[in-house]
Design a binder for this molecule. Structure first.
Ligand SMILES: Cc1cc2nc3c(=O)[nH]c(=O)nc-3n(C[C@H](O)[C@H](O)[C@H](O)COP(=O)(O)OP(=O)(O)OC[C@H]3O[C@@H](n4cnc5c(N)ncnc54)[C@H](O)[C@@H]3O)c2cc1C
Length: 202
């Protein structure tokens, strides 16, 4: 059995001229009917398809990697995420989640080439704090909350996020957890995954 690094596999997919996707799986191209479905779920304003609108979704913070996503979809809640992913799964459309897009290794940049690029599922609109229990010290929030905003919210109540890093003004808690981000408070509070009590997965 032969394994490819994710980076090499993505690079290979970007150069690919066939419809074969990552790890030998083939993915469907996004059609007008798919875009209509996305618009029906999240609203027309939250499905980005123009080259200008897609520019920031198709490249990373360092401008080192470049993708070719045909669409970025911005749901506002987990129910919408669920409906989008169910549709993409049934249609075999490749999807990449994107938070603040500050990752330094290209994980948030859509792989693929024009026509069969991954759809970007951006969590940027999912930025609500659901609850905070000061007795238990448990914060419940949506995936798109920006780390710095969460820290400021908690500071007002005498608490702090167990994570601090240079990209805190842009990175999102979903991306932080996905990457198990370290940073300035790692030695004091330990690995971020150790502070996560649960995730709502769709
Ligand atoms: C100036 C600067 C300083 C940094 N300092 C540090 C540091 O000290 N320590 C450190 O570890 N990193 C650091 N980073 C890297 C980066 O900020 C972290 O990896 C951060 O956790 C990424 O969060 P994000 O929201 O930007 O995620 P993205 O870059 O958007 O995504 C990162 C990965 O997570 C996935 N993802 C995003 N959201 C979700 C979700 N809701 N569900 C599932 N998967 C998801 C993406 O598909 C991608 O694979 C730094 C980056 C910069 C630019």
């Amino acid at each position: 059995m032969r394994f490819l690094s994710l980076r090499r596999a993505r690079s290979r997919l970007r150069k690919s001229t066939s419809t074969t996707g990552l790890f030998g799986r083939s993915y469907a191209s996004v059609t007008d009917a798919d875009l209509d479905f996305f618009r029906g779920v999240v609203g027309a304003d939250h499905v980005k398809t123009s080259p200008e609108d897609l520019e920031s979704f198709n490249t990373d913070w360092m401008k080192k990697y470049r993708g070719a996503s045909p669409a970025a979809v911005l749901p506002s809640n987990t129910d919408q995420v669920s409906r989008l992913l169910r549709h993409c799964n049934e249609r075999r459309i490749a999807v990449v989640p994107q938070g603040g897009n500050t990752g330094l290794v290209g994980g948030s940049v859509p792989a693929g080439r024009a026509g069969v690029g991954e759809v970007v599922l951006s969590t940027s609109r999912m930025k609500s704090v659901v609850s905070f229990d000061p007795l238990a010290g448990v914060l419940t929030c949506e995936a798109g909350c920006i780390l710095e905003n969460l820290d400021a919210y908690l500071a007002e109540q005498g608490f702090a996020m167990p994570l601090d890093l240079g990209a805190k003004g842009s990175c999102q808690i979903g991306g932080n957890i996905s990457t198990n981000a370290g940073g300035l408070r790692l030695l004091r509070y330990g690995s971020l995954h150790g502070s996560v009590l649960g995730l709502e997965k769709k």
